[in-house]
Design a protein. Structure first.
Length: 215
């Protein structure tokens, strides 16, 4: 046990020094600390459940939204006796992040709505369709910026896989599967699209955490 004099000198906050607390204000540093804890000290526990219990469920997806539990308290089942008639409704209120539609349209226009992973250009209601995916999610705990260097143009399939941490972009620009490491080919990049490497690094670190907690 450390002596009282050492504690007085360090002035810890929740067991951490002030310097450590300030470092953990950076989202990437905080995420790397979580990965280190899971890989070094928590190998014999259910890490995903632990993250949920300590309020870090947002790290299980790239968009900051925790995994949905179909049997959780938010889903009210309908008894077997109700088999006809309209589905009942329930009043609810929520708050949503304000996203810049102009920036989303900008990344779609750069790639003519073709997915940067598979180059597929979908047609929906006789119009091209694609989705703007944030590399570092806007939601907590990621707190990414809503700007072009933090966006990709993806088809719905690869958007889901990217947000679900099933694929990532390696340091050489190849799209790879998180589990197994199989390559899906090089990410298509337009010369006018400057993607922030720090956001890609953040997403790769999330995928590393997903590998640890998804065992």
């Amino acid at each position: 046990m450390p002596r009282t004099g050492v504690l007085n000198t360090a002035q810890p906050v929740a067991g951490l020094t002030h310097a450590s607390t300030e470092l953990l204000q950076n989202p990437l540093t905080r995420l790397q600390a979580v990965v280190t804890l899971c890989s070094t000290y928590l190998d014999d526990v259910d890490q995903r459940e632990l993250l949920n219990r300590v309020g870090l469920a947002g790290y299980t997806t790239a968009d900051g939204l925790p995994d949905e539990d179909p049997d959780g308290p938010g889903e009210e089942g309908i008894g077997p006796e109700r088999t006809t008639g309209p589905t009942p409704r329930r009043e609810s209120s929520s708050s949503r992040l304000m996203r810049n539609a102009a920036i989303a349209n900008q990344v779609k226009d750069l790639y003519s709505n073709a997915c940067q992973v598979c180059k597929t250009c979908l047609q929906y209601k006789r119009r091209p369709y694609s989705e703007a995916a944030h590399i570092r999610g806007l939601g907590s705990p990621h707190d990414g910026p809503d700007e072009l260097p933090n966006l990709l143009c993806l088809c719905p399939n690869h958007h889901v896989l990217f947000d679900g941490l099933e694929i990532f972009i390696d340091v050489d620009g190849y799209v790879k599967k998180t589990h197994g490491g199989d390559s899906l080919g090089r990410l298509h990049r337009h010369m006018s699209h400057q993607i922030d490497d720090e956001h890609l690094r953040y997403h790769r670190t999330l995928c590393e955490l997903n590998r640890l907690t998804g065992k």
